[in-house]
Design a protein around this ligand. Structure first.
Ligand SMILES: *Cc1c(COP(=O)(O)O)cnc(C)c1O
Length: 223
């Protein structure tokens, strides 16, 4: 079933869009099943859970931390994490840089931008993104690789609103790429990812420039 679900989604994906299989709360057997179907990128939102699952999967598994991350937990994932999707403060970026340095690594991150009309969601405003980029430049945070932006749309039936929110993030992403020379910490060849879209809205996200979709329930079933 899992293999068929993955295949169905893959068939809809343009070649520039990567599927992250969101395996949070799901048992390791289900991840093995997805791995057998050639799925390599897995998304988890809790540090403890990804730390537990990491040794139980083959070494070429790519681990994505997609949820809100507390600074005091960065050290547990720093040795192996492939991409942190939800950087939402300068303090968190500083901590990731510090832990990456300790591990002699450069850690890939995305900046989470607040695009929804919901109080509950995390993320930076566009203004705060500029502040963070300036800070990262002046403090030479060279052990983080800022690969792009991440956003979550409002949970609503109103597809027009969802599309507008995704499009706003897409525009902001394009603006940053166009003005990349203003932000020496960013590199055009690595600032390429736009992580948006989940089970309920990934088709809309792809329409508006997503390069990474994070899909859980459509692959593994309801949580
Ligand atoms: C859980 C989660 C997803 C996947 O949600 P589904 O609706 O199950 O596809 C995507 N992104 C984030 C940040 C999540 O926490």
């Amino acid at each position: 079933m899992i293999a068929a679900n993955i295949e169905k989604i893959r068939q809809q994906l343009p070649s520039h869009v990567k599927l992250i299989a969101v395996s949070k709360t799901k048992p390791i057997e289900m991840l093995h099943e997805a791995y057998a179907a050639q799925q390599r990128a897995f998304g988890e939102n809790k540090v403890q859970e990804v730390v537990n699952k990491y040794p139980l999967m083959p070494l070429d598994t790519e681990w994505h931390l997609i949820g809100h991350l507390q600074t005091n937990k960065v050290k547990y994932i720093a040795p192996f994490i492939h991409l942190i999707h939800a950087v939402d403060s300068i303090k968190l970026l500083e901590t990731i840089n510090k832990e990456a340095l300790k591990n002699n690594r450069v850690i890939n991150v995305l900046l989470q931008v607040y695009i929804a009309k919901e109080e509950t969601k995390f993320g930076l405003s566009n203004e705060e993104v500029f502040e963070l980029l300036n800070h990262a430049t002046t403090h030479q945070l060279n052990n983080v690789n800022i690969c792009g932006l991440m956003g979550m749309a409002t949970y609503t039936e109103n597809t027009q609103q969802i599309e507008q929110e995704f499009e706003n993030l897409h525009q902001f992403f394009n603006t940053l790429r166009q003005e990349i020379n203003k932000y020496p910490i960013l590199k055009l060849e690595s600032f390429t990812e736009l992580s948006m879209g989940m089970s309920s809205d990934y088709e809309l996200a792809i329409k508006h420039g997503s390069t990474m979709i994070r899909v859980g329930s459509n692959i593994f079933g309801e949580r």
